[in-house]
Design a protein around this ligand. Structure first.
Ligand code: NAD
Length: 366
């Protein structure tokens, strides 16, 4: 089995966390026989410096020909005054559009060894493992017409979804639930919005094709409260672009630090995996960034692009093991804790994954 991966390390801590993610991927490949063909390309500020634009033609062509794309992070204060199309972040937006993924997957897990990092009470978040499936290409952010009234005294946006858009996302949510605890919570505002009523009808109809998965509907306001007070009640959460934007950040509070969070954008031509955090220029170059979100992306990649759930589980277990040993990067360290470097965390997870895979399974190629 082969994986053609394009890595776009990007800016700031992007290259630092990408290196650790790649070492874990190569460790899995070494044990399982997965052939990994990785090519690196510039994006963001790195690409502006070398080519003048944030998403060079060659980078995009390589991404479109790959099985998957891994992106570290983009963003550099040196380009903050550039016009939008020439800012590093524009490269990421152009890439997401070109890859066409409509489903954004954001897992938020309460890691037992670092429950203290979450601002939520440990007894509330213990055991929480939520996957937010957000619609990414439609809804309020893209609806037309949009604009300002001619007299400048008002403004308007349009919320519109088609049955087809909701159906394709709902299928992804139910399929994800089958790989997990078989519960889908669909979040809408069907007591007020016509679009939400269509959303609810459509998700319910798709749900009939998955009789082994339990479907619940919730209004976004009561869901937002329940997510913070009883996150263990939820498994897969499916919602639209606007609600998903807000709720995926709220769900992140369960984990407690940006550095722990991976994401995947699937459903398009090529899947895109990226940690949720940005380029963190304030800590770049110091070898203290948390690489766990980036390494979590490799678990997502193995699960979704390569259908290797055992290996993905092994990465997640190795991460827990390393955290349980007391290793903490800067964002997880409490006052007085020794800070473990980015590379030491990556190395420890690499070793734990290799040990686990070698110990538990004998491979005859995959
Ligand atoms: P950020 O995520 O880069 O940083 C926010 C805070 O979290 C900082 O204090 C940072 O040190 C900390 N942090 C982030 N990731 C961390 C990690 N892995 N380990 C430890 N600490 C971590 O967000 P920001 O400061 O708002 O943005 C910085 C730049 O990144 C900007 O140019 C912004 O546009 C860009 N950005 C890019 C992405 C992306 O590439 N997907 C996402 C968000 C922001």
């Amino acid at each position: 089995m082969k994986l053609r991966l394009v890595t776009l390390a990007g800016d700031g801590i992007g290259p630092e966390v990408t290196r650790q993610a790649m070492r874990v991927l190569h460790a899995v490949a070494a044990v399982t026989g997965l052939k990994v063909d990785v090519t690196e390309h510039p994006v963001g500020a790195a690409a502006i410096r070398s080519t003048g634009v944030p998403l060079p033609e060659n980078t995009l062509t390589a991404c479109l020909a790959a099985d998957a794309v891994f992106l570290g992070a983009v963003g550099d204060p040196a380009f903050d005054q550039n016009p939008l199309p020439l800012r590093p972040e524009a490269g990421l937006l152009q890439l997401r559009t070109a890859l066409g993924g409509f489903a954004n997957l954001r897992p938020a897990v309460a890691f037992e060894p670092v429950l203290d990092v979450s601002p939520l009470r440990a007894d509330r978040v213990r055991g929480a493992d939520v996957l937010v499936v957000r619609e990414l290409l439609g809804g309020l952010y893209f609806g037309e017409p949009r604009g300002r009234d001619a007299d400048g005294q008002g403004a308007f946006n349009t919320l519109r979804y088609s049955v087809a858009e909701v159906e394709r996302l709902a299928h992804i949510a139910f399929q994800q639930a089958r790989l997990r605890r078989r519960l889908v919570t669909s979040v809408d505002k069907a007591n007020v919005l016509e679009v939400s009523r269509l959303w609810r009808e459509t998700v319910t109809r798709v749900g009939l094709e998955y009789p082994d998965v339990t479907l619940k509907h919730m209004y976004v306001d009561s869901f937002a409260m329940r997510l913070a007070t009883a996150p263990t009640e939820f498994d897969v959460v499916v919602t639209d672009n606007l609600f998903g934007d807000i709720l995926s950040d709220e769900a992140a509070v369960i984990s407690g630090s940006l550095g722990l969070l991976p994401s995947a954008t699937i459903g398009g031509k090529v899947a895109l995996y990226e940690p949720v955090h940005g380029s963190a220029p304030d800590i770049a170059g110091k070898d203290i960034a948390n690489p766990i979100g980036a390494i979590g992306c490799i678990a997502l990649l193995l699960r979704h692009t390569k259908h290797m759930p055992r290996e993905a589980d092994a990465i997640d277990a190795a991460t827990r093991e390393v955290l349980a040993q007391g290793m903490r990067p800067a964002d997880l360290a409490r006052p007085g804790d020794p800070v473990t470097s980015t590379s030491d965390i990556g190395h420890a997870i690499e070793r734990a994954v290799t040990d686990a895979l070698e110990r538990h399974w004998s491979y005859h190629g995959v």
